[in-house]
Design a protein around this ligand. Structure first.
Ligand code: ADP
Length: 433
């Protein structure tokens, strides 16, 4: 049914028609009378529309047109919508100001980027940490302001992996930078000052390197004297046995110190030009298996099976890659029982990666230990590792070297079935044959 607004409007139209009929009856000119009535109605409608337009344009509440019928309904609806819109706008403004307040208050530099990596908004910390100023740099592409290949790579790949960079504003300031893709056309670039933790990390590395270096010479002297004393024929058997044990322990300490120094070297240096040498992996693996491991294996009765793709070569640091291969093969022999079969394979994967797999059918490693194996001094079976001359640093060194070569290490093991260590090198390290 009709509402009040419609009724009033129809009443108006009825009055106009009645007026036209009355005009027609009185004057005898029906058509002219109807035209005049219609013209007056159109004039009135026009006047109302102009009033509404002026009111909407000026947004002046004193200019709200007063009327009845449809016009009253339309004006009331527009007025209600406008009020609603104003309320929402106030709410949104408040919310936006609160968000801006939160982001501004964060101790991180926060940059809002669009899909073209252009700056939409930055907070005050962005100026302090990255030298990016909202007034000056809004609309600029971030790549033009932070000219670092690492940052460009992160942006190109849309990667949310945290990277460490030196602040473009202060060479003593280290930053952790992370890209957070929010929507297809909205990304956040966040940077936080990590100078203090980098400093502590460097101090720890330096301490380990210095302590290992300082211990090296006295230990060599002690080991040397222990050997000389052992050569004395007048020693009693019990004293000789004690000296042999002391010598073995000194040797173990020497090995630990050498491994710690290797780790320090890996941590404190970048891969240099020598790291790009073409490596014949088949030759390296065959040499390790033949010369070193077979000797060791002979006493332990292990079987070594190799499956090596001779055409497959990679680029890398020879000494470091040799260390990875021998560590993994040594581990497969030292941490498995007599009669274990060890398979060493070197193959190209479907995705183009070159992968070394060292698989044994030994006792295996319980799953809860797997994620800790590459931690320093982490051993599943402490007694066994020490008895077989392990330092507990082998896999930590392996992981460091693989990461320096942008590769990955995958460890799988099942108790009672054996363990598989897979090292994969990326396509760009593979030499195309
Ligand atoms: P370690 O000098 O003790 O061998 P690593 O870092 O090389 O030190 O290895 C860490 C631990 O991982 C070892 O102590 C051993 O418990 C376990 N492990 C490594 N390789 C194997 C394997 N093939 N089978 C069983 N356990 C292994």
């Amino acid at each position: 049914m009709w509402n009040g607004y419609q009724q009033a409007e129809w009443m108006r139209i009825v009055y106009i028609i009645l007026g036209a009929i009355l005009g027609g009856v009185l004057s005898g000119y029906w058509l002219i009378s109807l035209c005049i009535a219609l013209f007056l109605y159109i004039l009135w409608v026009n006047y109302k529309l102009r009033q509404i337009y002026q009111w909407l344009e000026t947004k002046d509440p004193t200019k709200i047109p007063d009327s009845d019928g449809f016009w009253d309904g339309i004006i009331t609806k527009i007025h209600a919508l406008q009020k609603n819109y104003d309320k929402r706008k106030v709410r949104m403004d408040k919310l936006l100001r609160r968000f801006q307040g939160i982001i501004t208050g964060l101790p991180y530099a926060t940059i809002v980027l669009n899909d073209k990596n252009e700056i939409d908004w930055v907070n005050e910390h962005s100026r302090l940490l990255l030298g990016i100023d909202l007034k000056k740099d809004r609309g600029q592409r971030i790549e033009n302001l932070i000219r670092l290949p690492k940052v460009h790579k992160t942006l190109d790949q849309n990667s949310n992996k945290e990277i460490e960079i030196v602040s473009p504003r202060d060479p003593n300031c280290q930053l952790a930078l992370q890209l957070i893709p929010v929507q297809s056309d909205l990304k956040l670039l966040i940077a936080r000052d990590i100078s203090e933790s980098v400093h502590i990390r460097q101090m720890r590395k330096n301490f380990i390197a210095n302590a290992s270096h300082e211990l090296r010479t006295p230990l060599t002297v002690i080991a040397g004297y222990l050997e000389i004393i052992q050569a004395d024929e007048n020693l009693t058997d019990s004293l000789r046995a004690s000296l042999i044990t002391a010598s073995e322990q000194a040797l173990r300490m020497q090995r630990i110190i050498e491994d710690l120094l290797t780790l320090s070297r890996l941590e404190n240096s970048e891969l240099n030009g020598e790291s790009n040498r073409e490596l014949n992996m088949t030759k390296i693996l065959t040499s390790i298996c033949n010369n070193e491991i077979e000797l060791l294996s002979e006493n332990m009765h292990h079987t070594l099976i190799t499956d090596l793709c001779s055409d497959l070569k990679i680029r890398g640091s020879e000494s470091e890659i040799v260390s990875v291969c021998s560590n993994l093969i040594h581990n497969a022999i030292r941490h498995t029982a007599k009669g274990t079969e060890i398979k060493v394979s070197w193959k190209k994967e479907v995705n183009g990666e070159a992968c070394l797999t060292v698989e044994d059918n030994g006792a295996g490693i319980p799953v809860e230990h797997l994620s800790h194996l590459t931690e320093r001094f982490y051993r599943v079976d402490k007694g066994r590792s020490k008895n077989t001359g392990g330092t507990g640093l082998g896999l930590a060194i392996v992981l460091h070297i693989i990461q320096r070569h942008n590769g990955r290490l995958d460890i799988q093991s099942k108790v009672g079935k054996g363990s598989t260590f897979v090292v994969c090198f990326p396509v760009d390290r593979v030499v195309s044959s």
